[in-house]
Design a protein around this ligand. Structure first.
Ligand SMILES: Cc1cc2nc3c(=O)[nH]c(=O)nc-3n(C[C@H](O)[C@H](O)[C@H](O)COP(=O)(O)O)c2cc1C
Length: 185
């Protein structure tokens, strides 16, 4: 069954709190094995282990943190060409709204695409005017219901895509599920 890794960097704990919620969301899909690791403790074996990967970084100058960049440059650089086709997504905590958290997500997704990961966004609205098109973004730590829901939805969606595309569990396809529910109404 699906294996999901939530990999994060966090200097002051905000992205780590997001990571916990992303992991919680991934566990909502039955049969999914979820691991959470900081960039300081993760190694190449963790990236090889997972089918789905959620990567979180604090927004630093509008992009991913230097530690997260170094992880992909040096720690797992040798995996380039060996991890194509795994499924991945991004999340980021910034100091303020408009501080570049979505840019940071895009910078994470760019690195992941370079490694051949299949990356995705989420169209769902999880609160009033609150969505996660490029990954989950929060200013500071996740507190409001929508902020926490965005993190959980990201993890759940990752585990759903892993269930569908890695394990062939088509019944977890979120769009088809929604359509079936609509047809039942
Ligand atoms: C070097 C550095 C650069 C930062 N750059 C930005 C930035 O460009 N935009 C922003 O909104 N916040 C910026 N911040 C603030 C952090 O993104 C913010 O405090 C975040 O919540 C920290 O997450 P963490 O607790 O997981 O480390 C920066 C912080 C540091 C230390």
């Amino acid at each position: 069954m699906g294996k999901v890794l939530v990999l994060y960097d966090s200097a002051t704990g905000n992205t780590r709190k997001m990571a916990e919620l992303v992991a919680k969301g991934a566990r909502k899909v039955p049969g999914t094995e979820v691991r959470m690791k900081s960039v300081d403790e993760a190694g190449p074996e963790d990236i090889l282990w997972c089918d789905g990967l959620a990567v979180g970084s604090p927004t630093n100058m509008g992009v991913l943190s230097w530690k997260m960049k170094r992880f992909w440059d040096e720690t797992v650089g040798n995996l380039w060409g060996k991890v194509d086709g795994k499924i991945a997504c991004a999340f980021s905590s910034s100091g303020g709204w408009g501080g570049g958290a979505e840019l940071a997500c895009l910078s994470l997704l760019t690195v992941l695409m370079n490694f051949g990961f299949l990356v995705f966004g989420v169209t769902d609205y999880v609160g009033n005017k609150f969505t996660l098109h490029y990954g989950a973004v929060v200013a500071g730590e996740p507190r409001a219901d929508a902020e926490m829901a965005a993190c959980e939805r990201l993890g759940e969606r990752l585990a759903q895509w892993v269930a569908v595309f890695v394990d062939g569990r088509k019944e977890f396809h979120p769009v088809l599920r929604r359509k079936e529910n609509d047809d039942d109404d």
